[in-house]
Design a protein around this ligand. Sequence first.
Ligand code: AHM
Ligand code: MG
Length: 334
Amino acid sequence: MGQFPLTLGRFIAQKQEIPPGAAGELSSLLTQIGLVGKLIAQDLRRAGLIDILGTTGEINVQGEAVKKLDEIANKTFLKVFHHSEQVCALASEEMEKPVLLPENWPQAQYMLLIDPLDGSSNTDCNMPLGTIFSVVKSERKARMPTEDDLARKGTEQVAAGYLLYGSSTMLVYTVGQGVHGFTLEPNIGEYLLSHAQIRIPVRGKIYGANEGNYHKWPGGTKKYFDYLKDKDAATGRPYSGRYSGCLVADVHRILLSGGIYLYPGELDKPEGKLRLLYEANPLAWVVEQAGGKASTGTMRILDVEAKQIHQRVPLIIGSANDVCDAEEFIQGRR
Ligand code: AHM
Ligand code: MG
């Protein structure tokens, strides 16, 4: 008789990847994130039927129009983690300031940084969406963490990953021992192991980027895109372009089949668009753990100094050899 696939809970318990002292809390935290994912997925499935598409009329701290679903996803995180035993602070793309949870402290040691609904321009057209999360540990035992304590380097993450709301809902995470993917089985409401120890190919054949920004890019970046589209059978070019407008979906495709995603710096906006702490860092750690690379174009994402929670960073991520090529062009070495 075939074996029933492992549920997320059993997998975490059996794998014992999580350091012994942290096993209980970090496993429950990942399970709670799974719960958030089920709740968000449920809203997304019915969104066109219950008047939750479109915008709220608010502008968020990023200067972007808030979608109703952005707000719902953010509130879902707050509800689930408000009275949790794991999380003492939560920072989100949708909130200017982090929410500090003194009622959970000092027993809750973890701080959560999230993009609750990534790719939210996709909400109104039934395209893929995601949630990105990064978990860091609060080190200060003598006092509650402050906003500054949340701004930590990517190398300090203790868990990271994403939920992808596509044709199925998936949870992909790392705790620093490889990357595992779970698919939500909707009939039983459980995440089942579908992608154990994901490895990203060392080179791919696709690139994902908003090429409408071509004229805004520095020369080296333009030259790299020209190179990708040049014909050369020996190096597998031209590459195919694939871009959904949802970072999670685009990076997920590349994680499974190889290639490169870029949201590079622009001449007038060298810091790029994406946020370091809850977009670039967690995805960078996932991709590195699968054998890939993540760079700003000039340095490793995980080594970027974090100064504030909504800081932006250029992101070039994917197969190791593709990211190395992009760096060479961007740095003017080719
Ligand atoms: P969001 O988190 O507000 O949705 O913004 C991030 C998104 C990414 O998912 C996506 O890759 C990128 O922004 C799309 O930006 P653009 O519309 O400039 O291509
Ligand atoms: Mg996002």
